[in-house]
Design a protein around this ligand. Structure first.
Ligand SMILES: Nc1ncnc2c1ncn2[C@@H]1O[C@H](COP(=O)(O)OP(=O)(O)O)[C@@H](O)[C@H]1O
Ligand SMILES: [Mg+2]
Length: 272
């Protein structure tokens, strides 16, 4: 099982939407998928639960971290939902190692049962995010093309507690940064200028999906994504033509990312 964590300390950048799309996409490809929602807001839990495609664990991710002995029923598409206990974990620093180790034990225990574990995270730089990144094989960072987000890339890599370079150096040398995934991309001059800035300043963090100029993974802003998140429908199965058109635009990026996670070896480390 390969573990992919969606992480960015900014909220509202598309982490949960990308996690939901990837979960359905990987499941449709025949991968056995385990989805863990570490954000108490439950923006991965709700769409997956509403989709009716997942078997939901009788415990939440808060209990998974705080209590021993949680095991999943047999299914090829499982969801461990967000729970309010998540909010209590950070306040128990003496138990932080225990929480991280329990998550690791849980993943090791289920290693042969699933092909991919997808972890959606909260924006706070707390023990949930540290634990998820400490256990991960891959991390993907959705990002919006606004100035604040671009300024945040340095923090994303170098934050003293949850910076990806720092975590890789101190806690998890195997962590592979797949890269930055611009989401909600619009063809405005402002976003185009920010895109150019991102490519210039962080070329090695962009995710190449083809050899041509500008062929990087990115997801445009499409209303059907928000609709799918709200209704639990699978984007490419929605009746509206707009949703299927959106999926056609999204598919090359998500196919590439799914390929990196399931075959590994591709992608790059964090040294660049
Ligand atoms: N590509 C997209 N196009 C349009 N809306 C999107 C897109 N990606 C996400 N959204 C919407 O934007 C909001 C924030 O996205 P979300 O995935 O919840 O962000 P995060 O998990 O980083 O906080 C949600 O309402 C979501 O449905
Ligand atoms: Mg979210």
């Amino acid at each position: 099982m390969k573990t992919l964590v969606l992480a960015n300390q900014k909220g509202g950048v598309g982490k949960s939407a990308v996690a939901t799309l990837l979960a359905h996409y990987l499941a449709q490809q025949g991968q056995r998928v385990l989805a863990l929602d570490f954000d108490h807001q439950g923006n991965l839990t709700q769409p997956l639960a509403r989709s009716g495609r997942t078997v939901q664990a009788p415990f939440g991710t808060g209990q998974l971290m705080a209590e021993a002995g949680h095991k999943l029923a047999s299914s090829s598409f499982c969801l461990v939902p967000a729970s309010l206990e998540l909010l209590t974990l950070e306040r128990q620093p003496a138990r932080h190692n225990e929480f991280a180790n329990r998550l690791l034990d849980f993943l090791v225990w289920h290693d042969a049962r699933f092909d991919v574990c997808l972890v959606d995270t909260n924006p706070n730089p707390d023990i949930r995010l540290v634990s998820a990144l400490a256990c991960a094989d891959h991390v993907l960072s959705p990002i919006q093309l606004n100035q604040e987000a671009l300024d945040g890339v340095h923090f994303l890599l170098n934050h003293p507690r949850v910076g990806l370079r720092k975590l890789q150096a101190v806690l998890n040398p195997k962590l592979n940064l797949i890269g930055l995934l611009p989401t909600m991309v619009e063809t405005t001059p402002f976003q185009k200028a920010n895109w150019i800035q991102l490519v210039q300043h962080h070329p090695s963090l962009m995710i190449r999906i083809g050899d041509g100029p500008g062929q990087y993974a990115a997801l445009p802003r499409r209303a059907s994504v928000a609709e799918a998140q709200a209704s639990g429908e699978v984007l490419w199965e929605m009746k509206k033509t707009a949703a299927r058109d959106a999926w056609r635009e999204f598919e090359p990026s998500l196919r590439h990312i799914a390929g990196v996670v399931t075959t590994s070896g591709v992608g790059h480390g964090l040294a660049a």
